[in-house]
Design a protein around this ligand. Structure first.
Ligand code: FES
Length: 68
């Protein structure tokens, strides 16, 4: 595991390997040092933003970075 590594999952969330500093535009911290990984919503449909709640699967979110 690499500290602060961000992986973009095809058709899914951003995967953040902790520790990493995650803040919003107001400066509020969304980091959680108790977790090894955090999953951030990329589809915009999570009911628990900024975290992924799996909603991307129910809407068949499609985004493959490798395909440009
Ligand atoms: S990426 Fe998983 S709910 Fe949005």
């Amino acid at each position: 595991m690499s500290d602060g590594k961000i992986t973009i999952r095809d058709n899914g969330p951003y995967v953040i390997d902790m520790p990493a500093e995650i803040v919003d535009t107001e400066g509020k911290s969304w980091s959680d040092d108790t977790k090894r990984r955090i999953f951030l919503c990329r589809c915009g449909k999570s009911e628990n933003k900024p975290y992924c709640d799996g909603a991307h699967r129910t809407i068949n979110f499609e985004s493959k970075i490798s395909e440009g």
